[in-house]
Write a protein that binds this ligand. Structure first.
Ligand code: FMN
Length: 179
């Protein structure tokens, strides 16, 4: 089963991207996690450029989403909302077929109640775009505020690696029940 993992942060030392790399590196045999690196290549969404005029980078992104059995989305909260680049990417797909009914696992890197506005906003957008949010969402590892070294250490802990495998296996089993 193929999962397409989208980080809402394009920062080089993003904790959200680090979490998604840990998903990729700890995936059980039955699952493959492919990391999205296309957000920065997408132009600003313009409905005039849908259909025949759709940019190549958008077609590539849509193709990756379309061939995934599920998405995994990890995004920081920016000003209590969704990062613009992620919202832009989702806006490109809202009128296309690839997102319809797509299962999605949300991953959350905050602790102490932080980030809940961003998470709620993300859920609202995804539900509006007809995605199905995995019952084991949000998968949570508190990483925001940690240094890259600390982030690496936390994501290497055996208990965290086990919880990632368990989350991916639960996602796989849930996706099977949907088909
Ligand atoms: C433009 C901007 C806006 C932010 N807004 C919030 C916010 O509303 N709430 C919050 O808890 N953190 C906020 N932060 C802090 C981020 O949550 C934090 O930097 C996080 O680590 C970013 O994720 P990343 O490491 O994956 O890039 C903001 C950061 C930036 C750059």
């Amino acid at each position: 089963m193929r999962f397409y993992a989208i980080s809402g942060s394009v920062r080089a030392v993003s904790v959200h991207s680090a979490m998604l790399r840990a998903f990729r590196d700890n995936a059980p045999d039955a699952c493959e996690v492919v990391l999205c690196d296309l957000l920065e290549s997408l132009p600003i969404f313009n409905p005039d450029r849908e259909g025949e005029a759709t940019p190549q980078s958008v077609l590539e992104f849509a193709h990756e989403v379309g061939k995934a059995d599920a998405l995994i989305v990890a995004a920081p909260e920016y000003a209590h909302g969704i990062p613009g680049g992620l919202k832009n990417a989702l806006d490109w797909l809202v009128s296309r077929p690839e997102l319809i009914g797509k299962p999605v696992l949300l991953a959350h890197a905050y602790s102490h109640g932080r980030g809940h506005y961003g998470l709620a906003a993300l859920e609202e957008v995804l539900k509006t775009a007809s995605l199905q949010i995995a019952p084991n969402s949000p998968f949570s590892v508190p990483l925001v505020g940690r240094s890259p070294e600390e982030t690496k250490d936390i994501l290497s802990e055996p208990a965290v690696r086990r919880s990632i495998r368990t989350a991916l296996e639960a996602l796989r089993q849930w996706v099977v029940t949907l088909s």
